[in-house]
Design a protein around this ligand. Structure first.
Ligand SMILES: Cc1cc2nc3c(=O)[nH]c(=O)nc-3n(C[C@H](O)[C@H](O)[C@H](O)COP(=O)(O)OP(=O)(O)OC[C@H]3O[C@@H](n4cnc5c(N)ncnc54)[C@H](O)[C@@H]3O)c2cc1C
Length: 448
């Protein structure tokens, strides 16, 4: 633990840097000590007293290096923050120290029209990146439902997938992240260029094993997505229809299914309200009639809402993924959630869970590509009761074959498959040898 004098010394050194804002106002420290971890009552309790002692906002690579070196010299923890929209307290400093805001590092450094690869600084908002790419007829392959406020660095270091996962799988699949530039945390920080293979260890590592200063990502040709929804009386039929549409020879960017007790609480889709289960699609224009035909043949009520209005609060991309949870919590903050990959046959699994847990669990499904195969992921809404009951539900889902990604834990590994990734730990040894970056979040490092 660093001393008061050491911390004062660090502040004095950093004050001299013109490219660095220093923030010490208690209300600001409080603001930057939170992300959206309050979706989990467990994390809300666990993280409530965590706070940085100093917040800094660098405006150049040199300023980042200065911060890294100053922290290294005094053994002060350093945690990075993009836009702070993460859900597991990913950017909440567990051991105080310095919190570094990456939001001023927003340069788009290169776009290669031949490959579509974009190279950008980490603080750039996904929204701004999308606008930039649109001029070249390209779009990001994957965005979270928080795409209007989240940063690209935060998405790669903390996110996993979202809108686009039905076509493109998840961020950690090879082919999305094409390379990184990073800054190490040492007395004399180095700037290193990592190729796609080397970069894998920093993808979804919560900023525990290197400061990402530039990212290169692949993109996709723009498709003018149309919003289409289908309402279904019967849940089993709705699941079958979701499968049928996802298996059809059409381009989809989103395929979600919400139980009717969720649908009625979402911000009303203009012109449409219903008391049925609802399937939501973003589909290429040439796929609309196919979805309509499948809906007609299976007794679903088809609606085409036209071209996606990306910026609207009721755009499908802001009613799905974890935005469904956000809207439900706005109605009743007792709702929390889980994340899982469903075992097959999915309907049987969901029915068994529903029989035991009743209306304490509402199904929300997303079609995803998981290791090349189409699967159903779920982000069910769960009525909070207490920790024991939540873990009873998790155990029940696991016993029946679901793969859980627990959103009520703070480490990289516990929120994933529970396994230590030796490459992530190795990268930490190389790029953060004193273990100062976001301490407490990489279990493999704690166990060394
Ligand atoms: C309503 C809601 C909906 C969401 N939907 C989705 C979704 O669809 N898909 C999804 O994947 N996530 C989703 N999320 C989680 C989150 O919004 C995304 O992962 C988002 O991309 C995080 O970006 P951020 O800029 O806010 O990152 P932050 O929350 O600021 O940071 C995330 C992690 O990245 C690290 N980090 C930030 N910058 C750097 C850097 N330069 N170098 C190294 N590490 C860094 C931080 O330390 C932290 O560990 C959702 C969250 C909410 C609240």
């Amino acid at each position: 633990m660093y001393s008061f004098e050491a911390f004062q010394e660090l502040c004095n050194e950093l004050t001299l840097c013109e490219d660095l804002d220093l923030i010490t106002e208690p209300r600001e420290l409080e603001r930057f000590s939170k992300d959206f971890y309050d979706y989990s009552p467990i994390l809300k309790d666990l993280l409530k007293d965590c706070s940085p002692e100093l917040v800094v906002r660098p405006k150049s690579q040199e300023a980042i290096e200065l911060v890294a070196s100053a922290c290294w010299k005094r053994d002060v923890p350093l945690t990075l923050r993009g836009s702070g929209t993460g859900n597991y307290g990913q950017c909440v400093p567990l051991r105080g120290g310095v919190l570094m805001l990456m939001g001023a590092m927003t340069k788009i450094k290169n776009f290669d029209p031949k490959t579509g690869v974009i190279t950008v600084e980490p603080g750039c908002l996904l929204r701004d990146l999308q606008s930039y790419l649109a001029a070249y007829g390209r779009q990001l392959r994957l965005v979270p439902s928080t795409w209007r406020s989240a940063s690209i660095g935060g998405f790669v270091a903390g996110g996993s997938g979202g809108i686009g996962s039905v076509r493109w799988g998840f961020l950690r699949d090879p082919g999305h992240l094409m390379g990184l530039e990073i800054i190490t945390v040492e007395e004399s920080p180095q700037r290193l260029r990592l190729d796609a293979l080397e970069a894998e260890a920093l993808n979804h590592a919560y900023g525990t094993n290197g400061i990402i200063s530039t990212l290169s990502l692949s993109t996709a040709p723009t498709i003018p997505w149309e919003e289409v929804c289908i309402d279904c009386e019967d849940w089993e039929k709705a699941v079958a229809l979701l499968h049928a549409c996802a298996h059809a020879a059409i381009d989809l960017n989103l395929a979600s299914l919400l139980e009717k007790n969720i649908v009625k609480h979402l911000p009303a889709l203009s012109r449409l309200s219903c008391n049925k289960h609802r399937l939501l699609f973003l589909v290429a224009p040439d796929g609309i009639t196919t979805i309509q035909r499948l809906a007609d043949s299976m007794g679903g009520e088809f609606h085409c809402l036209g071209l996606e209005r990306e910026q609207s609060r009721t755009a499908f991309r802001e009613l799905t993924w974890n935005h469904t949870t956000l809207h439900m919590r706005a109605v009743n903050s007792q709702w929390t959630y889980l994340q899982m990959l469903l075992p097959q046959p999915e309907f049987v699994f969901m029915d068994t869970i529903k029989q035991r847990w009743g209306e304490d669990l509402l199904w929300h499904l997303e079609v995803v590509r998981q290791q090349g195969a189409q699967r159903l992921a779920a982000l069910p809404l769960v009525k909070w009761n207490n920790e024991d009951r939540l873990y009873e539900l998790i155990a029940h889902c696991k016993d029946l074959g679901a793969v859980l990604f627990n959103p009520h834990v703070i480490t990289v590994e516990d929120g994933g498959l529970g396994l230590v990734d030796v490459n992530q730990v190795e990268a930490k040894k190389n790029y953060d040898p004193n273990g100062l970056l976001n301490p407490g979040k990489l279990k493999g490092w704690l166990d060394v």
